[in-house]
Design a protein around this ligand. Sequence first.
Ligand SMILES: Nc1ncnc2c1ncn2[C@@H]1O[C@H](COP(=O)(O)OP(=O)(O)O)[C@@H](O)[C@H]1O
Ligand SMILES: [Mg+2]
Length: 257
Amino acid sequence: MATSIVAENVTKEFTLRYHRTFKEVTVAKARGHKTSDRFNAIDDLSFTVEEGESIGLMGLNGSGKSTLLKMINGVMRPDQGSLLTRGRIAGLIATGAGFHPQLSGSENLVLNAAILGMTERELKRKYDDIVEFAGLGRLLDAPVGHYSSGQKARLGFAVAVHVDSDIFLADEVLAVGDKPFRSKCMKKMMQIRDSGRTLVYVSHSPASVERMCSRVIVLEQGRLGFDGDPKAAIHYLEYDTPEDGEELTDEQMGNDI
Ligand SMILES: Nc1ncnc2c1ncn2[C@@H]1O[C@H](COP(=O)(O)OP(=O)(O)O)[C@@H](O)[C@H]1O
Ligand SMILES: [Mg+2]
């Protein structure tokens, strides 16, 4: 089996700025305070994904999941190490990314499909399916700037799942969709998985990760915390214990199931 994604000692450094204005920076400097810090959002991370694997990417907020997806997608480059991928990549890594707010939903649909590498013929063939999947009706004629984050996610996801990709990425942005749409997306992602494509799925919902993924990578402050069996990963994260003071089901919490 061929490899799909290979990360070798990947590091991504960001700058955290404590002040927003010249005045604040000047005052802080005069007092000898630090005005910024550099930190590694992804820190010496190595792993290999084989073709056709479905990987759950989990970890607390700020642990580096979205940054890693952006580097796999190619919108960001590692500062150190290398991240190699094989084949076409599609997916939804941020709501509304790549959309033009003044263009209509259908105009953005065409634009987004082209950016993701869809040919005109391919788009003609798939256009009606994409529109149906998005389920936005007449709203497709309205500017995307007026869409809610859920509606933007619907449009972005509908286009992304119809691209013939070898690697499919889904960030937690899906969580903003309503329940019927989320179930539809889960079904579609399972089809993508079953067709032998590589899947990387970010989610905080243990139930959906267990259903969808054969392996889970847990990030901890940008480092590899755990890599292996989904059940063991969920236990490692302590996501299998009820939250303090409440014992709500996934469904009540609004998690994707
Ligand atoms: N463009 C950026 N500039 C500076 N810091 C960033 C940037 N993007 C993300 N970060 C920081 O990097 C860390 C990891 O972020 P992210 O990958 O979005 O985490 P996650 O998706 O796991 O919640 C966070 O501390 C976040 O604030
Ligand atoms: Mg994120």
